[in-house]
Design a protein around this ligand. Structure first.
Ligand SMILES: [Zn+2]
Length: 77
């Protein structure tokens, strides 16, 4: 477990789950579904791990190079 102190927002319990992220790159809007994250059971706030954030950065830059307008990516796929 990466977070053992509970949710920084509300102090609630966090558990492994997924979230949907939207990244606005200006000319391109990237929507990434099923991003692995720690999700707060209480407020629903999602926290992404550093390793996941790095993966996302690569995925988003690749999408930005190939697409325009809107790109939807499913990390579970
Ligand atoms: Zn919370």
């Amino acid at each position: 477990m990466f977070f053992t102190n509970g949710c920084p927002m509300c102090g609630g319990q966090q558990s492994q789950g997924t979230t949907t992220l939207t990244v606005d790159k200006g000319s391109l809007l990237v929507v990434v579904r099923n991003v692995p994250a720690m999700v707060c059971d209480q407020c629903g706030e999602a926290w992404i791990m550093d390793s996941t954030a790095e993966d996302l950065e690569g995925i988003v830059s690749e999408a930005a190079a190939k697409s325009s307008q809107v790109k939807v990516i499913d990390m579970a796929a």
